[in-house]
Design a protein around this ligand. Structure first.
Ligand SMILES: [Zn+2]
Length: 183
């Protein structure tokens, strides 16, 4: 996904040349949009839980519509324009439509925003996550919290269960050492 590669500052020279290296300002705009959407969606679902049968269409709660209006201002900069072009399919030239983004921003940022909007549309926004190691990744399962096996294991080592196990192991180990059974 262009969004993940771009957020992680693609270390592939080809991709970086194509998407542009994310500037701090550009990355901040994308991160802000992402967090606003996650927060707004969380707020809406909490409100919905707290107010069963609430009429969101005729009297939407202002604390949510105000947040939506702020987000709207930043996403409407990224208009998708249908763009007629010649493409190739099975070695034949054909007329095709691609979507150019109309925003006056670096291509990487435009594609990142398009991916975020796409994730919201397909209800997968929550699956985009940041690992403890700061890398962004797309979770394959809703309970996946780490980007890799290594990070998963490192996170496990911080848990009380692991520490307790390790303490027991070390206690037995020292006991054995005292007894002279191991060196
Ligand atoms: Zn990680």
């Amino acid at each position: 996904m262009a969004l993940i590669r771009w957020l992680n500052g693609a270390n592939d020279a080809g991709i970086e040349a194509y998407l542009g290296r994310p500037t701090a300002a550009s990355r901040k705009r994308v991160m802000t949009l992402f967090r606003q959407l996650i927060e707004c969606s969380g707020r809406l679902s909490r409100f919905d839980t707290d107010h069963p049968n609430f009429d969101f269409f005729d009297s939407p709660p202002p604390e949510i519509t105000e947040e939506m209006a702020r987000i709207q201002l930043s996403i409407q900069e990224f208009v998708q324009v249908p763009f007629l072009e010649i493409a190739y399919e099975d070695d034949k030239a054909i007329l095709a439509i691609s979507y150019a983004l109309g925003a006056n921003r670096a291509l990487g940022e435009q594609l990142a925003v398009r991916d975020i909007v796409g994730l919201l549309e397909t209800r997968r926004l929550e699956l985009m996550r940041q690992c403890e190691c700061h890398l962004w990744f797309f979770a394959r399962k809703s309970d996946q919290r780490a980007c890799s096996q290594n990070c998963r294991h490192r996170a496990y080592e911080q848990t009380d269960a692991f520490k307790a196990k390790r303490r027991l192991y070390m206690r037995d180990y020292y006991a054995l050492k005292q007894s002279g059974k191991v060196k």
